[in-house]
Design a protein around this ligand. Structure first.
Ligand SMILES: Cc1cc2nc3c(=O)[nH]c(=O)nc-3n(C[C@H](O)[C@H](O)[C@H](O)COP(=O)(O)OP(=O)(O)OC[C@H]3O[C@@H](n4cnc5c(N)ncnc54)[C@H](O)[C@@H]3O)c2cc1C
Length: 440
């Protein structure tokens, strides 16, 4: 039987970062089921185009992980100022919607502004003790967005956009994920954004980094380069954490002393023979959506936009972006590349009709003039894309992570930790798990 000190399930950014930190210091094995490393941060080649799994931009926040990522990329990284927009009521407005209402029809604009001001006044009254307190019950998304942004902004952006993205009843969605990702403007900003002044640049991703060459896949490729324990095409089918044995498809058992899991938590628990009944019950309540990404290589595109959000029901997709506006090296001269994101609750998508609807949408918002401009396409499916923040998640995670702790195992990364996180966070968690193992 093959044995290793540390088995790492998954060669995405979390697994690769952990392996990089263990390299030369501890015996480890990364089992990656695909025949390439990178997970969702991989870049695929189709004809002369390089396509990512939708836009994958580096938002660097922490000094140590920023250094680690930029060192890995060498000089192959550009800093880009965001040009993100929203297409609503037939017009483009800069992102975020709530701070840039100026392009909307007057009726919609005043609904949004008056709703925001009323919500703001109600919150002020509450803070001053002039209104009854909210109580301690966790707030659901529909209530939260009306309380924070008011009825107009909720109706015209927050509710339809999030319904399209999450594909889950919004009255059952909790709000722990909102703080880092949803920009909160002041009343002055909302008024200025509606009636005058320059567009407001708000949010966590006003400037981002992206590789100059090779797409986002340049990052995992750089991390994977010198890893002696990385094995591609190895899928862990089941395991027993207590016995320290993983069964690898077409390969057989692998014995391990410590485990770092980065595969989706819900399915990991299902595959663990020794998971207690309470842990299984907890994992059964976890939910996620599925995202299909239609990548298109297109001639004659003029827009400098990086990406746009589409709340309207007339668009099948919730977001589309122009990847060549981050890096010209993704397409041949004269061509651009689009990524178009369509979410489902997990049900299969009819690709032919989705493609027709996507092209119709691109024409309707003026990003392309005709389907004749399209010269290449690649559909990619992300089966487990956004984990759902439902009440079951909040109750389940402590139960599941107590079990991991008792087994001295780690479950990290966007899907191992079952959260709405970003690439730098996966890198951080990989480095931290490796450091904890090396400390013992
Ligand atoms: C639509 C979308 C857009 C995004 N945009 C951004 C963005 O702009 N910026 C940003 O920072 N982040 C973005 N993210 C998040 C980003 O993709 C993730 O945070 C990060 O790539 C996750 O890395 P990971 O290693 O944690 O997981 P993954 O990339 O999922 O890696 C896990 C790996 O485990 C492997 N695996 C799974 N099961 C098994 C098994 N049983 N055996 C062996 N191997 C297995 C998988 O093949 C995969 O390679 C986006 C995510 C999505 C879905």
């Amino acid at each position: 039987m093959l044995s290793t000190d540390v088995l790492i399930i998954g060669g995405g950014l979390a697994g690769l970062s952990a392996a990089k930190a263990l390299e030369g210091k501890k015996d480890y094995l990364v089992a990656e089921r695909e025949n390439r490393p990178g997970g969702l941060a991989a870049t695929l080649k189709k004809g002369p185009f390089l396509f990512d799994y939708s836009g994958h931009l580096l938002h660097l926040r922490w000094p140590e992980t920023s250094r680690f990522i930029l060192d890995a990329l060498g000089g192959n990284c550009a800093r880009v100022k965001r040009d993100a927009r929203v297409f609503a009521h037939g017009a483009w407005t800069p992102y975020p919607f709530q701070a840039n209402l100026r392009a909307l029809p007057p009726r919609v604009k005043s609904e949004c502004v008056s709703g925001f001001l009323a919500a703001y006044a109600a919150r002020q009254a509450q803070a001053a003790g002039k209104a009854p307190p909210r109580g301690n019950k966790p707030e659901v998304f529909t209530r939260w967005t009306r309380r924070v942004f008011g009825d107009g902004i909720s109706k015209h952006f927050m509710l339809p956009y999030n319904a399209k993205l999450w594909q889950y009843p919004l009255e059952r969605l909790t709000t722990e994920w909102c703080a880092p990702f949803v920009p909160m403007p002041s009343p002055e900003t909302v008024l200025k954004g509606a009636y005058g002044g320059k567009p407001e640049i708000l949010g966590y991703n006003t400037v981002f980094n992206y590789p100059k060459r090779g797409g986002i896949g340049a990052l995992p490729a750089a991390l994977a380069r010198d890893l002696k324990g990385l094995r591609l095409g190895l899928e862990v089918e089941s395991l027993d954490l207590k016995k320290g044995v993983a069964n690898v498809k077409h390969f057989g058992p692998v014995h391990f002393k410590r485990l770092i899991n980065t595969s989706p938590l819900k399915y990991f628990v299902e595959s663990a023979a020794d998971a207690p009944a309470a842990v299984r019950r907890a994992a059964a309540g976890l939910r996620h959506n599925t995202v299909y990404v239609l990548n298109l290589g297109v001639k004659g595109v003029k827009s400098p936009m990086h990406w746009g959000y589409f709340p309207g029901p007339e668009f099948l997709f919730y977001r589309t972006g122009i990847a060549t506006n981050f890096s010209k090296a993704l397409a041949p001269r004269g061509c651009a590349s689009f990524y178009i994101e369509i979410a489902t609750p997990g049900s299969p998508l009819d690709l032919a009709s989705a493609e027709a609807a996507a092209i119709k949408g691109l024409k309707a918002c003026g990003l392309i003039k005709s389907a004749g401009q399209i010269v290449e396409k690649l559909w990619l499916k992300i089966p487990c894309a956004y984990v759902i923040y439902n009440r079951e998640r909040a109750a389940a995670l402590p139960v599941i992570f107590d079990w991991f702790k008792a087994r001295k195992a780690f479950s990290i990364g966007r899907y191992g930790a079952w959260k709405y996180s970003f690439m730098e966070e996966s890198v951080k968690e990989g480095l931290e798990a490796a450091a904890a193992i090396l400390k013992k």
